[in-house]
Design a protein around this ligand. Structure first.
Ligand code: BGC
Length: 721
């Protein structure tokens, strides 16, 4: 798609001017930025005020030959001024409307300062919590990632990109960046066409269908080909098969990285490979360092296609007609409304991992807050700008909420130190308290980019603190703040109640207290499995059954097993897929989470037990329903999840696959019927064994498992004929 204005510009541009449009440069100093723009740079990272951004646009519009405005890019990931919960936490809310609202709020703040292009959402499905970037995504599940990702795209972009509160979204990192070897960031990805289609490409397809303005290429290789040079995926799948007409942007210096990848001889080779493969904008400035002769490897048609895409985004953003923002309307700090949204979001993202009734707190008179996060402001998470609004402390929030209680604060241990000397004083202070709240976790800096970990336990001596508090016999709860699933096996059985609060953003502390005292209901669900041990990773619920599924695990024995001939008994007992030194399955599965309210659920029912394939293909669906009654005396949320089990298929199917979910609030005593439509899209999968991949539903028996967690879901049968 193009416009007369864009066509006219392309016809008048010199190659130099065209190449200027095809790069974005990081955070230059003000004078440098103005100089670069004067020389024709098309996009810039520019975390500045509205006035400074207007000044930069003025250089582009008034001091360049063609007067093309610049795109102002910035990583607005989970907030701009008001910081919301990290994306992994947002996924735990199982509330796409909340995710949309948070993105819309961030977009309004960003656009008011002149930012027009964000590098979010991250749609990398990941089953490896060692990888620090799991904090930036929506976890291990394809459907949850696709739903939350498209909600975020809609939030950023609104109805119309030219709107005052809209910014262009970037779905990243295309593709399969979430599966690096060993969980080490930037590492090799080698995967089957089957997993590529069914897992990693799916959320991107959804984002493209939702109108995402740009897609970012990933740093990794896919089966040997670095994504910045992957013509088959960037052009073949994304632009040709999916008809994507937006911008493919490179990741930071991803084009230069083709040299250490070992596929490009020099920069000219790298630029030629990347733009030839389908890249439209380079991030970092590599093309500046080349002359026209070196850049001529990219043919004119490809060059013009890339420039058209960039200019069309500027057109869609309304920048040619309105390049400047209203400086008086700039949002420079959180508003009461954005704070209220962030607070609600942080509470809705919290997951009650376990609870023996200690939570909610019962009007305590003396409370001890301990652990390194009790008096900390480190709640913002891995991806925030320096101008994001700071967070308060749990200690202050607790004192505000319980003005008549005696709230004591003593951290006991540091978050990373190996020093446990403070623990005895905590135990002494705990005596006489009604309850102890142990606030532990990972600092924000331990997750995010280039922040992989090999050990997933709480760092430092935090587990010792929990165990010591458990030993003093006073009721206590644990609050976790972290950016990835943790290994909690070394203390979880000692803790009566555990709240997973993630990194909740500017309003995290108040939201945590809201949940602790019961002003808000914890009803989040885990978007990623919590492993029992790092040795179990990668671990995910949607695994294949294998030919030898285990039913028990964890038997270390020195007995020599006489394998004889492998008969059925041996297969059942010994020769199954498991670890000898670990119980089967994760510590907490995907979809796990409790609440304070209690619910009674009917058996699930399906509107028809049998449906014909042709009808599904023609768009017909069946409805699966379940009645839920709030049996408690408090209002609360239930999160109904539907998992498909394709009992027999031509390709070994995953044991379960989330296909629908819904979170609703029920008043005390209220009964409601949750209903979800199950059709072709939910029952099908991609077959990649023919020349062209095909999405198919194979006739046969399906079980739809319906419930409020994966492990408690109840099946109902559906036959496709
Ligand atoms: C990250 C991207 C990010 C970019 C710009 C890169 O290192 O991988 O996700 O958008 O930097 O900050």
């Amino acid at each position: 798609m193009t416009t007369d204005r864009v066509q006219d510009l392309i016809a008048r541009m010199t190659p130099e001017e065209k190449w200027g449009q095809l790069q974005i440069i990081f955070r230059p100093h003000r004078a440098d930025a103005e100089d670069l723009v004067r020389r024709g740079l098309g996009s810039v990272f520019w975390p500045r005020s509205a006035a400074q951004t207007n000044a930069l646009q003025r250089v582009a519009v008034e001091q360049t030959r063609l007067g093309i405005p610049v795109l102002v890019g910035l990583d607005v990931i989970h907030g701009q001024r008001t910081i919301g919960p990290v994306p992994l936490a947002q996924a735990a809310s199982f509330d796409p409307e909340l995710v949309r609202a948070l993105a819309a709020s961030a977009a309004a703040e960003a656009r008011s300062g002149g930012v027009t292009w964000t590098f979010s959402p991250m749609l990398d499905v990941s089953r490896d919590p060692r990888w620090g970037r799991v904090v930036e995504g929506f976890g291990e599940d394809v459907h949850l990632t696709a739903v939350m990702g498209t909600a975020m795209v809609r939030g950023y972009q609104g109805e119309d990109l030219a709107g005052a509160g809209a910014i262009a979204a970037t779905a990243k990192h295309f593709v399969a960046y979430g599966q690096p070897e060993g969980g080490r960031d930037y590492n090799t990805v080698d995967l089957s066409p089957h997993r590529l289609r069914n897992v990693h490409l799916e959320p991107f397809w959804a984002a493209v269908a939702a109108g995402a303005a740009s897609i970012m290429a990933a740093f990794n290789t896919v089966s040997g080909v670095p994504m910045h040079a992957h013509r088959g995926l960037l052009t073949g799948v994304l632009k040709e098969e999916w008809d994507f007409d937006g911008i493919v942007v490179g990741d930071a210096d991803g084009v230069r990285n083709l040299l250490p990848h070992g596929v490009a001889e020099d920069l000219a080779d790298a630029v030629g490979l990347a733009f030839g493969a389908g890249l439209d904008v380079e991030m970092g400035g590599a093309p500046w360092d080349l002359d026209d002769a070196a850049r001529a490897r990219v043919d004119t048609a490809r060059l013009d296609d890339a420039v058209t895409r960039v200019l069309m985004l500027k057109e869609r953003l309304g920048l040619f007609d309105r390049p400047y923002v209203d400086e008086a309307a700039e949002i420079t700090a959180p508003t009461p409304a954005s704070r209220a949204l962030a607070r609600r979001a942080a509470a809705r993202s919290a997951v009650l991992l376990k609870n023996d009734g200690t939570l909610p707190l019962h009007a305590p008179r003396r409370v001890l807050l301990t652990g390194p996060f009790a008096d900390s402001t480190d709640h913002l998470g891995a991806w925030t700008q320096s101008f994001g609004a700071a967070a308060g402390t749990i200690a202050d929030a607790m004192r505000d909420r319980l003005p008549h209680a005696d709230v004591r604060v003593m951290s006991g241990v540091d978050v990373l130190d190996d020093d446990a000397e403070g623990i005895p004083a905590v135990l002494a202070a705990a005596r006489g308290c009604d309850v102890v709240v142990v606030c532990v976790g990972e600092p924000s800096s331990l997750s995010g980019e280039a922040a992989s970990r090999s050990d997933l336990r709480l760092p430092g001596r935090q587990a010792d603190l929990i165990r010591a508090v458990a030993g003093c016999g006073i009721p206590f709860v644990v609050v976790l703040e972290n950016g990835r699933p943790l290994v909690v096996a070394d203390w979880i059985d000692d803790a009566p109640a555990v709240l997973e609060a993630w990194h909740g953003g500017t309003e995290a502390a108040r939201a945590i207290v809201d949940v602790l005292v019961g002003d808000a209901e914890p009803a989040g669900r885990l978007p990623m499995s919590f492993p029992r041990s790092a040795g179990q990773v990668p671990i995910h619920y949607a695994h294949e059954n294998t030919g030898r599924p285990a039913t028990t695990g964890g038997t270390l024995t020195t007995d020599v097993v006489d394998i004889g001939v492998q008969g059925p008994a041996n297969v059942a007992e010994k020769f199954t897929s498991k670890y000898l030194d670990l119980e089967l399955g994760p510590q907490f599965a995907f979809g796990h989470g409790g609440g304070y309210a209690t619910f009674a659920r009917s058996a699930p029912a399906v509107s028809e037990g049998c449906v014909r394939l042709e009808e599904l293909e023609a768009g017909r669906s069946v409805t699966v329903t379940i009645d839920v009654t709030n049996t408690s005396e408090r209002s609360g949320d239930d999160v109904i999840q539907v998992y498909v089990e394709d009992v027999v298929a031509s390709i070994a199917p995953p044991v379960r696959r989330l296909v629908a979910f819904d979170r609703r609030t029920l008043a005390p005593g209220e009964t409601t019927t949750f209903g979800m439509d199950i059709g072709f899209e939910q029952l099908g999968f991609w077959r990649t064994d023919a020349a062209a991949a095909a999405f198919v539903v194979e006739p046969g028996l399906f079980r739809l498992h319906v419930g409020s967690t994966l492990t408690t879901a109840v099946p109902v049968e559906l036959r496709v004929e």
